[in-house]
Design a protein around this ligand. Structure first.
Ligand SMILES: Cc1cc2nc3c(=O)[nH]c(=O)nc-3n(C[C@H](O)[C@H](O)[C@H](O)COP(=O)(O)OP(=O)(O)OC[C@H]3O[C@@H](n4cnc5c(N)ncnc54)[C@H](O)[C@@H]3O)c2cc1C
Length: 397
């Protein structure tokens, strides 16, 4: 039986960055990916912070656009932020990251699906792999299993990592590519409006040759009968904000996927760590998870390197990974979960309450106290006004 220090399941950003960092430290890493190449079937808007891109990508052609402005359009007007982000096509970006991990010494096995796993004790685990080409199953031995296999992770077999109770908070989103760049190439636009979804949004993110567009909402809304695909059709053809930009554009790619917008409670156990979407490390307000996946990969790499150096693979030792996460981005995600809970409760009151609460809490810095009151009571007191970067008040466009 082949033997590795770490077997990483899934070559998304979480898995590939972890595999690369461990391979750079000369550990024996197997990175398995079920698709023919990483990112082939991943549904995504492909927008994230540029510093993460700069840290892990040397080839500028992987970037589609440098995004310098975020625009959030709401029923009473828009809020804009300057930002430093990029758009990528996941089929290009993920493939690049996986191949860099292989260049650094990780063994990359595509068309290979992990189907089961066992941990017998600290440092003694096996993963059952299914070679999708030869249709043969085989086991590999490893000291640690890293679950980076996305929303429907095999980690769920361990009750500590079971995400089932969090499923009402998950979202489903469609990401399409349509021909041509429909907006300013350095600007991304998000529409928040109950006409699209009581809670959810539609987006247009520019790539170099196409626009990545999509809509998504939470499972709890879908359970009420909302059809996300119909909403996407409306977004492209009839919704007044987006239709003028998107109508009659040919669709060049169609994908859809779940966004697990709720953290699980633990992230490590004996010989196991969980990261990225597999652990619900996604913003519960906006559904973004690429940056968190990379942050988690860095935290996991540090802990696993220490574990491999010291020969300790027990739950107590690997809990250092949970600690690192808690000192890092988990604090912010937990705050966002609190806001998301308030927003989800506000769905009971109907109207634009979810968007209003999001605007007051997430975009609050852009409004004076009086204008926050105007948002909450909109349209009773007229349109709220936003603060400019220099503090001056501006009318919404
Ligand atoms: C429609 C949509 C739009 C989104 N837009 C954005 C956005 O614009 N910005 C942003 O930051 N986030 C966005 N997200 C979220 C983002 O895509 C995820 O948070 C991110 O991909 C998480 O990375 P990951 O590496 O944890 O998991 P994934 O990217 O899901 O990678 C998991 C990998 O594991 C592979 N895999 C799964 N099971 C197995 C198995 N059993 N064996 C082997 N391989 C397996 C999969 O094929 C995949 O390659 C979006 C999500 C959706 C659905």
């Amino acid at each position: 039986m082949e033997s590795f220090d770490v077997v990483v399941l899934g070559a998304g950003p979480a898995g590939s960055v972890l595999a690369r960092l461990l391979a750079e430290k000369k550990h024996r890493v197997l990175l398995v990916e079920k698709d023919a190449y990483a990112g082939k079937t991943t549904a995504c808007g492909g927008l994230f912070d540029k510093p993460y891109f700069d840290k892990y990508v040397d080839d500028p052609s992987v970037m589609e656009q440098h995004i310098t402005r975020n625009v959030f359009r709401m029923p009473w007007g828009e809020v804009t932020y300057t930002c430093d982000q990029v758009t990528v096509k996941r089929r290009v970006f993920d493939r690049y990251l996986a191949e860099r991990a292989a260049d650094c010494g990780a063994v990359l096995r595509t068309r290979t699906k992990a189907v089961d796993w066992q941990v017998r004790g600290p440092g003694d685990a096996t993963v059952t792999l299914h070679d999708l080409e030869t249709k043969k199953k085989y086991d590999v031995r490893t000291k640690i299993i890293a679950f980076a296999d996305g929303p429907h992770t095999l980690a769920k077999k361990n009750p500590l990592f079971d995400y089932t109770p969090n499923k009402p908070y998950w979202a489903y989103a469609y990401a399409y590519e349509v021909e041509g760049v429909a907006t300013d190439p350095h600007e991304m636009i998000i529409w928040l409006d109950k006409k699209l979804f009581p809670w959810g949004y539609g987006w247009v993110f520019p790539d170099s040759d196409v626009s990545n567009i999509g809509v998504g909402t939470i499972q709890a809304e879908m359970d009420k009968g909302i059809k996300v695909k119909d909403k996407l059709f409306a977004f492209m053809e009839t919704y007044p904000g987006s239709a003028p930009l998107l109508k009659n554009r040919a669709v060049t790619d169609k994908k859809g996927g779940f966004i697990p917008m709720w953290l699980i409670d633990y992230y490590s156990d004996t010989s196991q760590v969980v990261l990225g979407d597999a652990a619900g490390m996604v913003s519960p307000l906006f559904g973004a998870g690429i940056d968190y996946a990379i942050d988690a990969a860095e935290a996991a790499a540090r802990t696993l390197d220490e574990a491999l150096q010291s020969g300790r693979f027990d739950a107590t030792f690997l809990a250092a990974y949970d600690q690192r996460l808690k000192q890092g981005f988990l604090k912010d995600l937990r705050k966002q979960m609190l806001v998301a809970k308030i927003i989800i409760k506000s769905l009971l009151f109907g109207g634009q309450w979810p968007v209003k609460i999001l605007a007051v809490i997430a975009f609050g810095g852009k409004y004076t106290r009086w204008n926050k009151i105007k948002i909450l009571l909109f349209p009773l007191l007229g349109r709220p006004r936003v603060k400019e970067e220099d503090g001056a008040l501006l009318s919404h466009k």
